[in-house]
Design a protein around this ligand. Sequence first.
Ligand code: ATP
Ligand code: MG
Length: 504
Amino acid sequence: MSFLELSGLSKTYPGVTALADIGFSVGRGRVHGLMGENGAGKSTLIRILSGDTVADAGEIRIDGAVQRYGSARDAFGAGVVVVHQELQLVPDLSVAENLRLGRFPARGGIVDFKALFAEVGKALDEIGIAVDPRAKVATLSIGERQMVEIAKAVMIDARVIALDEPTSSLSSRESEILFRLIGRLRDAGKVILYVSHRLEEIFRLCDGCTVLRDGKLAAHHETMEGVTRERIVAEMVGREIADIWTWRPRTAGATRLSVDGLQGSRVPQPQSFTAQAGEILGFFGLVGAGRSELMRLVFGADPASGGAVRIDGQPLEELSPRQAIRDGLVLCPEDRKADGIIQGRSVGDNIAIAARRHHSPFGILQPRREATTADRFIETLRIRTPSRRQDIVNLSGGNQQKVILARWLAEPDVKVLIVDEPTRGIDVGAKAEIYEILYALAEKGLAIVVVSSELPEIMGICDRILVMCERRIVAEFDRPSFSEAALLAAALPDSEAPLTSMVS
Ligand SMILES: Nc1ncnc2c1ncn2[C@@H]1O[C@H](COP(=O)(O)OP(=O)(O)OP(=O)(O)O)[C@@H](O)[C@H]1O
Ligand SMILES: [Mg+2]
């Protein structure tokens, strides 16, 4: 029996058909995957379901009743709860206040904070999320914020729950908690729509799935029986994709980057490592292990309290992004939304505003070359946009990621390129292109440092992997000794029991 029924849903934006005549149904107590390349229309569909976007045509039925909601509030009232791709918590409020927004326990007109914290604390415990209900959301990690957002969906007795890429910033442990939660919601008869670019999650969690391509329904699978990974990939991209882990041997050259005893407030003990010309060096660890913090120190984005960074043997005169870029070291940050996107500017500008000009106001504009570079990356990374003139805010989440990544990949005269979670939120087709670009840059003699929380990615593309745990480099693996079990074991703090790997 279908509980959630979608039919004829369509939505166009100027120059873009985001959704064209989409219809499918999902029964109660089922987890249904929603797959598709960046820009395929997944978030648009979810936003229509949540009342944030109004469809041009089409119908939503829940339990047989046609839904006519004009706002997100109406959808909420109909029992639809959505965890959006972009987090929507209020940073200056506590976790508890965010979770109970507008529905505080009160005594005599005054919010009873003690009762609020106790109530939310209990709910978080039940759900299995280790976050202090009193903590301000601004002080939480991205992963923790995501968990709070998910808790918000769970604490309300929803009938339909849609999760738009919920695990993109979660550690594998946090993902495990989420998966258990989803299992419980399924057992309680909810309909769960689950958007993810991670195929292993879809196979593990989902009872069925729908694939979108260019806003159209490419496939609908009532069950996952007989559905293979290759088939879904082909349905998503409309072509066969060979193995995306095309690691090939390279000869490493001289030491390009050498980091000696670097430390700062968020990396309290001195850390050292080197990367050679032509090498792809991976940094693996759980979310919060200190990898991004260490890279920010290397780039000079955070102040160092000690240590040195050398490029080709020459120490950087000062540890600042400006000096680093001048000497050929660039960092493409993890939080590209906050650190990268120039809102209100075109896709072309966002690619071509060279990293160095981003950090110094005295660059020379070269419009023609910039346009060529932008068009080249729009093509190779398959950025879905009507043209390079489109405002970047109109792009889908993954396509915005590609644009910012392109900016750093396009940066000329680079010796050391650090990329932090380069393929987060990026579809499988474009991942392969990104790896190809990284290989080509390594073959040109750059030293590439890749920070990633995805084991298949880091094992698939790196020559050597350093593992961080609790803000220290704790282990080193050369390619022949890569193993999932060994990497995970090294990444886990001693105090924590080993977890089952998410990777199938
Ligand atoms: N406000 C808008 N104005 C113009 N175009 C838009 C707008 N919102 C979405 N689009 C376009 O609609 C298409 C579908 O976007 P959507 O966000 O649904 O993709 P998605 O499947 O969620 O992709 P991703 O995996 O990158 O998150 C994209 O081409 C996007 O650029
Ligand atoms: Mg999306």
